[in-house]
Design a binder for this molecule. Sequence first.
Ligand code: SF4
Length: 216
Amino acid sequence: MRNLYGNESVKIKWKGRIISIQPRTRVWRYVTDNRTHYHIGYNIFLEVTTDEGVESFAVAISEKQQLKEAFRIGDIVSGTAWTKKYPEREYANYYRAGALKLLERSTELEETSCPWTGPLQEMEVYEYRGARMLSKSLWKGKCFTCYYATMANVEIQWDFDRDIKKYRFESFCYGPKSCKYYKPGRARSVPYKGRDSALDTGGLDDICTENRAWDD
Ligand code: SF4
């Protein structure tokens, strides 16, 4: 298996302590006419201490794997996974995880208010709730441990005729609109061949989250 840059995609073994679990999502954008979110599993973010210091990485797992193992922040886990075939399309460092093993169960307390770190929501819950744009600095900071935060793999439809897409990563929040930490961050430009970029200023957030009220 080869990626776009000619690198081998190889199977690796990993082990680490979970520092966050978030939904793994894909977003399809077409100017500001459409922003469709797909919910495809979870990203577990891990830390491991080596002779060189603390190393962090993310592994993509399926919903089925998470339902079976019920991973939590603070758990020590191990498994296998593959390096990425298309690095620009996948935020997690490794995917196609297997042989997952819970080595030590966390004794950390779970938060039942923002940022939420208790039992994870299922994919259909994220699907129903819908997402708003979340500031990238918040995603990296206060929101990082929240199971309502995601760093989505985004595909921008840049040319319909030749089906050419551009790829990037964007942060979103599925949490209550009333969350005191929430900030959308800057408007996001959505380019299309031969046109000025359209700007997603948050109007699509209202459409994507129309199923729920301020405190839901
Ligand atoms: S803004 Fe969203 S992701 Fe951040 S803590 Fe609140 S609900 Fe969680």
